[in-house]
Design a binder for this molecule. Structure first.
Ligand SMILES: Nc1ncnc2c1ncn2[C@@H]1O[C@H](COP(=O)(O)OP(=O)(O)OP(=O)(O)O)[C@@H](O)[C@H]1O
Ligand SMILES: [Mg+2]
Length: 420
């Protein structure tokens, strides 16, 4: 109501018992409606809507604000009033009445705001406000406040103060529920995103498994059928050559299946972290890999005394993949160089790296590398199945670490990883 209308039955003791009772019944109904509306409000904004409307009507005031505690500030989120107040504004907590209330968890009522030193008079002078009540939401540890204002001098009655505190207490529960609800929604969204990602990965995975296994399998079946038919024109040399093709295709399948098993194991295996001598392990892996490739000059530089804590088996898979890439993609360089080292990264902290001077890749594509079956080189250039780095990324993630890459096309690549 405004200054010109009759005071509410709740305002004074001068009313008759009947009018007071009627007023109380009306207030109780409004409060009940607010409880019902608040119980279904899922956001702070929706809560503010209910609160400002109910608070103002409950005590027949000229304005209501809903103020949030925002660290050291008071944020006037919403208002319902006969003229603008401070909606959308933020004030330091020490300079406003809502701040005083939220810092102490005490309700205040002021019949004349201009005699109270807690009121920042300059902020109130442009407004209609003469009297106010400010009520903390969640008394033990206030998270908000409800402001009520009158355009005429008004002394709030104990019944009004009690009603406003009841509304504030209900609001506190609603705000806590909204927070729980928002957290649940956030988690559902996060899980959905994870599931979508896993699903996409799985789709790409099964597609590529089917695709990549089929070509060696077709070769095996084709050559085996020819041999089985025993055509009279088939020479024994041809049979030997076809058998060799069958063995080589079988080996390719075996390698791919091995890589797939590593990939799926990297997701499921339980971590058994041990202290790892990264320097000697890197040397052992590199030598093992080099022994399996046709001999060529390759300068191997491994920093001394590198140590990490990781699962032994998974770490072996990770480093094997990075080093096998470095060796593979330097295959066409006359002076190949592979370096394993460590550094202090400004953002990631202690970081290891595997660097080579090989074919490199387009840096704009660097994120793709870590998804399964994404290859930046064709089989004609470098043979591979595109599962190695996806496995590396998974292993790093399982150790709460990260992996990323830098490169200049044609000038080599550096793969970084952390194992916190
Ligand atoms: N050291 C590197 N230099 C240049 N390109 C690289 C390097 N390491 C990886 N890549 C690029 O990233 C792609 C993905 O690497 P990843 O190790 O996952 O697969 P791959 O080496 O092709 O096959 P494999 O599954 O047998 O390891 C490669 O196909 C290649 O294009
Ligand atoms: Mg690889």
């Amino acid at each position: 109501m405004s200054a010109t209308s009759e005071p509410s039955p709740l305002h004074g003791a001068s009313e008759s018992d009947g009018a007071l009772r009627a007023g109380l019944v009306g207030a109780a109904e409004q409060l009940l409606r607010a409880v019902r509306d608040l119980s279904s409000a899922r956001t702070t904004d929706a809560i503010a809507q209910v609160v400002k409307r109910t608070a103002r009507a409950l005590v027949d005031a000229d304005g209501a604000t809903f103020v949030l505690r925002d660290r050291g500030h008071c944020y006037y989120l919403d208002e319902d009033a006969i003229a603008p107040l401070w909606k959308g504004q933020r004030f330091p907590a020490e300079t406003c009445v809502s701040g005083w209330v939220m810092q102490r968890g005490e309700q205040v009522a002021m019949e004349d705001i201009y005699v109270d030193p807690r009121v920042p008079h300059a902020a109130y002078r442009p407004t209609f406000v003469k009297s106010l009540v400010m009520t903390p939401v969640r008394r033990a540890d206030p998270i908000a406040a409800i402001g009520i204002y009158w355009a005429h001098p008004h002394r709030a009655t104990p019944a009004e103060l009690a009603l406003l505190q009841d509304l504030a207490d209900t609001t506190a529960v609603a705000l806590e529920n909204a927070e729980v609800y928002a957290e649940l929604e956030r988690r559902v969204a996060e899980r959905t995103e994870q599931l979508t990602l896993v699903n996409q990965e799985l789709e790409a995975f099964s597609y590529s498994v089917a695709h990549d296994l089929r070509s060696p399998l077709s070769a095996i079946l084709g050559f085996a059928e020819i041999i089985e038919d025993r055509h009279p024109s088939l020479s024994s040399e041809q049979i030997t050559s076809f058998s060799r093709e069958i063995v080589s295709a079988g080996k390719r399948m075996n390698t791919l299946i091995g890589a797939l098993l590593d990939f799926s194991r990297s997701a499921r295996a339980t971590l058994d972290k041990i202290e790892i001598d990264l320097s000697s392990q890197a040397r052992a892996i590199a030598e093992r890999l080099l022994a399996a490739t046709s001999p060529r000059p390759l300068e191997l530089v491994i920093a001394a005394d590198m140590r990490a804590r990781a699962d032994g088996a998974l770490f072996d898979v990770m480093l094997t993949n990075l080093l096998s890439n470095a060796i593979k993609y330097t295959g066409k360089k006359p002076h190949a160089r592979v370096e394993v080292g460590q550094l202090q990264h400004p953002e990631h902290g202690h970081t290891f790296f595997v660097r080579d001077n090989g074919a490199g890749f387009d840096p704009a594509q660097s994120q793709r590398l870590f998804s399964p079956f994404q290859r930046l080189h064709s089989d004609r250039e470098f043979i591979g199945s595109g599962i190695g780095l996806a496995t590396v990324a998974r292993i790093a993630k399982r150790h709460d670490g990260a992996v990323w890459a830098e490169s200049t096309l044609g000038q080599g690549a550096t793969f970084y990883f952390t194992l916190p």
